[in-house]
Design a binder for this molecule. Structure first.
Ligand code: GLN
Length: 258
């Protein structure tokens, strides 16, 4: 008799658990966002293949990841295209929910915002003219370097080679134009945008030398820990299901990634 009642209790418990799991799965996670029902992202759509303008809208790996996050959380995606250097401040002050912009997780930035789990690895590379005398990172000393303002490339180059040698441009495309025009001797920038810029121009190459390796993550206001947890949950899910890789493969072919 005792045995029977125990198994009934167990069966009931299992039924309740299944039911509550189903209910939770159906309900989007209740996270607080700047604008009810929306996920406002801040990005700088000058960074192919992670984010760029396409027609009237935006495309790229980050845009699709943000779209998947919004969908999973039952929110509408709103893309705010802003200067790269204003993303962290905007997230910190509650203007945007997240910053997703091929943004490198750094100790310094962690003072101002939280970062999600890493979703991509990147490398700071050096773009030069095909006939350049610069052959590796060791040759950068004494040369004029172009960078995108407020990026890690900007910060590292100023630290390593001095502010005087570094010229900041509003975006990578402008830095590359300056290189073509001979105003700078090289451009230090993330590897994937570097490939896009070099492919779109003529007479440029990327040196086969890695300056710094880094990790991309999404930034979120320190107060919004629920959103951080929810986003980490979605990233893990996208990684496990292979959906993240599918997004990356759509924009970066294996051949190009070599
Ligand atoms: N990964 C670099 C950084 O975080 C550049 C990002 C970008 O220009 N969008 O500073």
């Amino acid at each position: 008799m005792k045995k029977v009642s125990l198994s009934i209790v167990a069966a009931l418990l299992a039924a309740v658990m299944t039911l509550s799991m189903t209910v939770f799965a159906a309900e989007p996670a209740a996270v607080k966002t700047v604008q009810e029902g929306s996920l406002n992202i801040a990005t700088n759509a000058e960074f192919p293949p992670y984010e760029y303008k396409e027609g009237d809208g935006f495309a790229g790996i980050d845009i699709e990841i943000a779209g998947a996050i919004a969908e999973q959380l039952g929110l509408e995606l709103v893309v705010n295209d802003v200067e790269f250097g204003s993303i962290i401040g905007g997230v910190q002050s509650g203007k945007y929910d997240i910053g997703i912009a091929g943004m490198t997780k750094t100790e310094e930035r962690l003072q101002s915002v939280n970062f999600s789990e890493t979703y991509a690895t990147a490398v700071q590379v050096i773009i030069v003219k095909e006939d350049s005398e610069i052959q590796s990172v060791d040759d950068l000393e004494g040369h004029k370097i172009g960078v995108q303002q407020d990026t890690t490339g900007d910060i590292y180059c100023c630290d390593d080679f001095g502010d005087d040698m570094v010229t900041e441009y509003r975006n990578g495309a402008e830095a590359v134009q300056a290189l073509i025009a001979g105003k700078v001797d090289c451009v230090v920038i993330d590897n994937e945008p570097a490939k896009s810029y070099v492919a779109a121009a003529q007479g440029l190459k990327i040196l086969d030398t890695e300056y710094v390796t880094e990790e991309y993550a999404i930034c979120i206001a320190k107060e919004n820990e629920d959103l951080l947890a929810a986003i980490n949950g979605v990233i893990a899910q996208l990684q496990e299901s292979g959906a993240l890789q599918e997004i990356v493969d759509k924009y970066i072919t294996a051949e190009e990634a070599e």
